[in-house]
Design a protein around this ligand. Structure first.
Ligand code: PLP
Length: 386
């Protein structure tokens, strides 16, 4: 669970009145992403583009970059930010509702692949590329139907194009010399284990091959099969099996094909901690509430995922109230009943002044949270690396 380094840092931050804090263990992150890279290094293994939206913090990006092939960005803001932090990184730009300005920026900043979300976006990109005198290198984003049972989040709805809508790109492509089609992109679901991920990727490749054949596409082909590798917050040690995934995904690509994946959460989640301390403990209608400094305006993950965020209590002595041997609900300082980190969790003892270290805070944490709600102080950011 919690490492000595993170624990020591927590003590130091508490002593200096610097809680709440996000602590990112860059050594742990480096070790993890190096393992993923190592698993996916054989010929035929997919290229890895880290999805910046999981955590675009600059030291995180710079730690990950040497072990991946590129970065996937999902807005003009992320694009400018990542280009600035990593001037030489290969970039892919996806996401619905791209504006003309964002498409211009993508061409201007040398994005390697643009993932096109609709026929209208393709038309606009063709016009912008012609005006700029540049070539736009694209993948068409596919939205396949199908039963994605058991997944954490099915990306149905407005993302990409269903097979029927993709058909209407054929004509636009034929009349757009500034667009070069390289293949198909799809990000269909998140929370998939290795077997489900391989099966879904095969489905995308089979569809992509037959469609590209049908429209007479020649030359090398790319299938970006998305991210969404499973992360288990209830059992953090149960991690996506990158080795077994590698064994099966590596056989998928044919000689003229490149596979690409864009994981976010499964790369950065394990190396982040949200550390804070207990301000009050009280009973209300038979329930024990532990009120923490900060709240889900800093760390919204448990609210969006509707789960109990895993945590460790680091005891410190104080004279304040305590809850002993009873289930506790951990809440923050916000004036809303939704400000809950974990509900009815059995703990031995927890009291005022104790430090609470939430793990699994390295992805979709700070950057998805509504920081200004109630105007409490912002957290401290600290980075561990030797
Ligand atoms: C969010 C997103 C990802 C990353 O998903 P994770 O679940 O964090 O791995 C990858 N590709 C696209 C298009 C996305 O929207």
């Amino acid at each position: 669970m919690i490492s000595h380094l993170v624990e020591a840092k927590a003590g130091e931050l508490a002593a200096n009145a610097q809680l709440p804090a996000f602590v990112y263990d860059l050594d742990a992150l480096k070790g993890h992403v190096a393992e993923v890279r190592d698993a996916l290094s054989a010929p035929g293994a997919p290229e890895i583009f880290y999805a910046a939206k999981a955590n675009p913090d600059v030291p995180i990006l710079r730690t990950i970059a040497p072990y991946v092939d590129g970065i996937e960005v999902a807005s003009g803001g992320e694009l400018a930010h990542v280009r600035d932090a990593l001037p030489d990184a290969r970039l892919a730009f996806g996401g619905p509702g791209k504006t003309d300005q964002e498409l211009e920026l993508a061409l201007h900043l040398g994005v390697e692949r643009i993932h096109v979300e609709s026929p209208y976006e393709l038309e606009r990109l063709a016009r912008i590329a012609r005006t700029a005198g540049r070539q736009a290198d694209v993948l068409l984003r596919l939205n396949l139907a199908g039963d994605r049972a058991g997944v954490a989040l099915a990306m149905s709805g407005p993302f990409g194009m269903d097979p029927e809508l993709i058909e209407s790109c054929t004509e636009i492509l034929a009349s757009s010399p500034n667009i070069k089609l390289h293949g198909i992109h799809a990000h269909l679901a998140s929370g998939l284990n290795d077997a489900a991920m391989v099966a879904q990727s095969a489905e995308i490749a089979v569809w992509g091959r037959s469609w590209l054949d049908k429209i007479g596409h020649i030359g090398p082909r790319e299938f970006n099969v998305g991210g969404g590798m499973a992360v288990n917050y209830a059992a953090p040690e149960d991690r996506f099996d990158w080795k077994r995934y590698a064994e099966n995904i590596t056989t998928l690509a044919r000689p003229n094909e490149t596979l690409r994946i864009e994981p976010g959460r499964a790369i950065s989640v394990y190396s982040g901690w949200y550390l804070t301390d207990v301000l009050d403990v009280k009973q209300a209608h038979g329930q024990a509430y532990v009120v923490l400094r900060g709240g889900t305006m800093h760390f919204r993950t448990p609210v969006t995922k509707q789960h109990n965020q895993p945590f460790t209590v680091l005891p410190r002595s104080s004279n304040g109230p305590r809850a002993e041997g009873q289930p506790v609900t951990l809440v923050g300082q916000l004036c809303t009943p939704k400000d809950v980190f974990a509900k009815d969790v059995q703990t031995e003892t927890i009291g005022v002044g104790d430090i609470v270290a939430f793990s699994m805070a390295g992805a979709y944490g700070w950057n998805i949270s509504h920081h200004d709600f109630l105007m409490h102080p912002k957290p401290t950011f600290a980075y561990l690396s030797r």
